[in-house]
Structure formats: structure tokens, C-alpha cells
Design a protein around this ligand. Structure first.
Ligand code: GDP
Length: 331
């Protein structure tokens, strides 16, 4: 019999890729969407017509209980969050309520609706929980055992989500798995994230629609993978015999400067410096200097490995934005 999945955060990048994957696998897919007249509802209805939309909010427990009763899922993927690190410094309390306490609400909704023993739960944990400080950087990258030292209200809220999810696994024997995902990007990434901001600006520069891009710090390094590869890992985590935590990463780290270099090369520009300005408005009160993940456990246990490499990711994103911007389509 076909399985049913409930995805929170259906309007986000990962919600898009995961809904597609689950639909291809024959799942019935429900997606939770926040608020009345959500402007992104139309996108979901057009691009993911097979998704059954439920209006609910991670900060409203009763709406989540109702969502569980409507969908009756075997699998719940909790992808919803206030997910932008820079924004979380400006809205730390909202971030704590949604990104942190929202996880608890979803777990309680599963218990209250009678799914404690039957529902499998995926929690979207993040590499931002590690913090990237020099004293806390394992040589071969962060593993599931590494120490956490979050550096933003977002990272702190996610760490609460990670531990409350772990606690429900240990306290109630729930099937709860946490994917500690390193940055994953792609055509669907929001324009507020640095990779998409760059790929989109590069496309617009090529097409004569703008002449420069304004960024913050260029030296931070990230382990950047392709989101389409990562949702496959999420799904695999919930197909195991027992719940566990897994790092999904590429095992490589690259600076924003390297991303810029490859992106501008795609449009035939070797020296990007004349096109890039910096503004402290895009710098953060505390920065995560370097993130590098070690995906060995996921590779061994889940048989998961990223397919798209760093140059492939940059190329994919710039090519998409060139097409998008030349068609004048909306993103
Ligand atoms: P994050 O790793 O989840 O914070 O993903 P982001 O894409 O938002 O940021 C990645 C890195 O790019 C961080 O170190 C940011 O400080 C840095 N960065 C530099 N300029 C910008 C910018 O204009 N926008 C964003 N979002 N990040 C920037």
C-alpha cells in the first residue's frame, strides 16, 4: 500500500525537492503551509499539484494535531523553520519559537494524535549547530559525535530542536532521526542565501540587468552540496530498521571567493573584483568561519553519497538563473 508523508516547510527549497522525490516513489504527500493567503501557495499548487496542502503553523500545536489527524502519515519530515542565519539575529525570539519550540509542538502533535509508536519523524538538524570555531574543528570534518557550539540564534534554536527530538527518541521510543545537513543549495535556494544571491546576480550582470553585487564577508568557508541529493538522504534515514543521526555533507569546503570565481567564469569573466562591493550590512555579529562535514556514516549505513560536486553546483545554479532572468520568469 502506498505510504503517506507529511512535510512541514513545503514552500521551501527542501520541501520542493522532497515532495518530488516522495511523489516519484508513490507516496501520498501532504504539505503544511503557514498562514492565510500565503503568497507561495500558488507556486506549490502549480509546481507540485499532487501535494495536499494543509494550513497549519509550527507555533500552533492544535493546528498540528489537526494536520496529523487529516493526513494520518507514516512519515513526518520537519523541514519548516525560520532558516536564515542573518535574519535570526534580527528576530531571535521568533526564531526560537518556530525553529526551536516548533519541533516540540510537532513531536507533541504526533503523540497526541496517537502516532507515538507508528510514525517515523525526520528532524532537519543543521551544521550551524557546530559553529565552526577554530578550537572545535575536527581534521576530517564534523561527525555525529562532534561538539556543538552554535554561533547564531538560528543555530541555538536548531540545537534545541535536535536535543528535544533526541529526547523523544530516548524517552518514548519514538522513531526519530536527525539529519545534520551541511549547506545545500540549488536552483530553489532563496535569494537571501549567498550562493543564490551570487548566481542570480551573475546572470543579471551577464544580461546587462545590473552591474555589480553587494556582499558581506567573502572568506567564510562552507561545505556546499546540492539540495536534490540531500533529500534522498533524508528519505533513506526513515527507511532504516532503527532511528539514528546522520551527517550529510560533501566532505569538501570552499570559500565564498571560490564560489564567486567559478560563477563569474561561467559568464566568461576571470576577474570578479570590479563587480563585487562589500557592505557591513551583510556581515553578522558572530560568524561561522569554516564548516566541513564528514559523511562517512551516511555513506556506510545509508549508502548515500552526493552526486553533484562543487563546480557542478555552481554551473547548475548560474545556468538556471541565466534562463530564468532571460525569460523574465519569476523565481
Ligand atoms: P548560512 O551558512 O546558513 O549562513 O548560509 P548563507 O548563504 O546565508 O551564508 C553563507 C556565508 O556567506 C556566511 O558566512 C555569510 O556571512 C556569508 N555572506 C557574505 N555575504 C553575504 C550576503 O550578502 N548574504 C548572505 N546570506 N551571506 C553572505
Amino acid at each position: 500500500m502506498a505510504k503517506t508523508a507529511l512535510i512541514t516547510g513545503i514552500t521551501g527549497q527542501d520541501g520542493y525537492h522532497l515532495a518530488q522525490l516522495l511523489h516519484e516513489k508513490g507516496y501520498k504527500v501532504y504539505g503544511i503551509m503557514r498562514a492565510q493567503q500565503n503568497p507561495r501557495r500558488k507556486n506549490v499548487e502549480t509546481e507540485l499539484p499532487y501535494v495536499n496542502i494543509i494550513e497549519a503553523d509550527l507555533s500552533d500545536l492544535s493546528s498540528l494535531v489537526r494536520a496529523m489527524e487529516t493526513a494520518k502519515p507514516q512519515e513526518v519530515y520537519n523541514l519548516a523553520a525560520i532558516s536564515h542565519v542573518g535574519y535570526s539575529f534580527k528576530n531571535p525570539i521568533l526564531t526560537a519559537d518556530v525553529t526551536g519550540k516548533g519541533v516540540l509542538n510537532m513531536l507533541e502533535a504526533i503523540r497526541l494524535s496517537g502516532g507515538e509508536k507508528t510514525v517515523r519523524f525526520y528532524q532537519a538538524s543543521t551544521s550551524e549547530m557546530y559553529g565552526g570555531l577554530e578550537y572545535n574543528r575536527p581534521k576530517n570534518g564534523y561527525t555525529e559525535e562532534s561538539k556543538f557550539h552554535p554561533r547564531s540564534p538560528y543555530g541555538v534554536a536548531k540545537l534545541y530542536g535536535h536535543w528535544i527530538a533526541t529526547n523523544y527518541r530516548e524517552s518514548y521510543g519514538m522513531f526519530v532521526s536527525c539529519g545534520i545537513l551541511f549547506n545545500h543549495e540549488g536552483e530553489r535556494r532563496g535569494l537571501e542565501f549567498v550562493t543564490r544571491k551570487i548566481s542570480n546576480a551573475v546572470a543579471r550582470i551577464k544580461l546587462g540587468k545590473q552591474d555589480h553585487i553587494v556582499l558581506g564577508d567573502l572568506w567564510p568557508k562552507r561545505d556546499w552540496g546540492y539540495a536534490g541529493d540531500y533529500v534522498e538522504g533524508m528519505w533513506r534515514m526513515l527507511q532504516q530498521d532503527k532511528p539514528d543521526d546522520f551527517v550529510l555533507a560533501t566532505g569538501e569546503t570552499h570559500s565564498i571567493e571560490e564560489f564567486l570565481t567559478l560563477a563569474f567564469k561561467e559568464i566568461g569573466i576571470d576577474d570578479w573584483k570590479p563587480y563585487v562591493k562589500q557592505d557591513p550590512a551583510f556581515m553578522r555579529p558572530a560568524e561561522v568561519d569554516l564548516l566541513l562535514g564528514d559523511p562517512t556514516k551516511a555513506e556506510k549505513v545509508l549508502g548515500w553519497k552526493r552526486k553533484v560536486d562543487f563546480p557542478g553546483l555552481v554551473k547548475k545554479m548560474v545556468e538556471y538563473d541565466l534562463e530564468l532572468e532571460s525569460d523574465q520568469k519569476t523565481s
